[in-house]
Design a protein around this ligand. Sequence first.
Ligand SMILES: [Zn+2]
Length: 509
Amino acid sequence: MKKSLSFLPVLFLLMSPFIVSTLPQADTIPTLVDYIFCNGNVITVDDSNTVVQAVAIDDGLIVGLGSTETILEDFATENDTTYDLDGRTIMPGIVDGHSHYMASLFWIGEKYAVYDSQSIALAYGYTSLNEKSIDHGELAWLRSAEQNGTLRLRVNCFLIYNFAWLESDEPVEVGGWEEAIPINDYDRKLRIPGFKIYADGASGNRGFPAVSDPYSQEMMDLWGITNPYGDLYYNQTELDPIVDELHDKGFIVAFHAMGDRATETVLNSIDYALNGSTNSNYRHQLEHNSFIREDLISYALTLDTIHSVRGYFPTYWQEDYEALYSATWLERYVNRYSLPGEGLHSYLETDFGFLHGFDEDDWSRSTNIRPFLHMWGLVTRKAIDENGTIHSPDPWLAEHQITVEQALRMMTIEGAYAVKMEDYIGSLEIGKYADLIVIDDDPLTTNPDNIKDINVTLTMIDGKIEFLWSSHTFPTPYTSGTSRTSSALWMVVISLSTLIVAVNRRKES
Ligand SMILES: [Zn+2]
């Protein structure tokens, strides 16, 4: 099943010199567990943002949290799996609240080994992906992966209700979902919590975000916009019954909504479906929130809707926006960053997919796979252009700065909340799944400018080590093991990139 990436034996080799003595005290009988990580900096992301030193893991679950001393008193491991973190940081695994990772893998190569193809996400610290638009073919592929036991990440599918474009001004709906039911089993890797509806355009042949103040003539000429108010895929009368039906069937509805006119229509439809009940029971959510008005933020607060926020803003384009947008538009454009501060549930969207290409060295791409580049973007609003130059935000773009604590929640527990998994993943608490990562710097205490360079050195899902970057994790004399692990990972990266280049060439021709 798994050939090239056998990390576990390497792990044992590397760890053995660092085993901490776990001999029990004379008067206590410690409980035997699978893993102990101690002498570290464990950021739990619980309600009080507790930080502890050690964590014990057994049978896929977190069974102990506390000081190194108490954890080693209470627990022991049989197989030399008590690891000395030597001050390194552990945090919950990254939950991408808006991803196209798995769906795009299906398209770049159906026969590509699903097991290995998840290695890139694992190496960046993802443990859970909320896939925002899954079609029939992708779902069948994911289902077989789950059945074969080759699904390593948690994948939450939002089934695609309509395509992201219009034909003759009409939305193109995807039929055949009549038999679909929500799959919310917390113990399954593959879940179907909801549907994705495209409510407005984005750019080019998708049409443009539906706005309440018209695009200027200059914008229309520059971008080829034909409708000055953008493109709303469904009017209120059309959208209300669609949302109501999905809501009644128990699905979460996630909406692509970029323009404020789309956001308003979507909020009205959610309001209609909720009919006075609270969204905390349903979790309907809005993607992108690119132009959001103040009054719509107030409306969202009354509905308790959930919102995605892209972490990495292309700040190096800010002069272009300043030249084109009025002050009102700039304000609406940056309002998305105010959402977590306003008390709205907000999760990180990377919007990453392989179909847009994947260049490991590209730090400029806004839909970047690097989670800590997104975190750096959220807390500094800085960005790196294609030449490697770092750009700082102008005052309008620096508004609504997010704290590291808020960004941490957006990348973990909020993404879990968006798929009703917050009681099982998203924070490190006793009884939750051991979905965690070891990283080589502490985002809470490091200089914010260093956050983008944080590396993931170990990824664990369900109490199973799925990724280990040996050369960074625990430097050891076993250098031969180091190069073996790294080259195995890079082989996957290189072969995937080659595949993507080949696919893109085919598409262009
Ligand atoms: Zn997307």
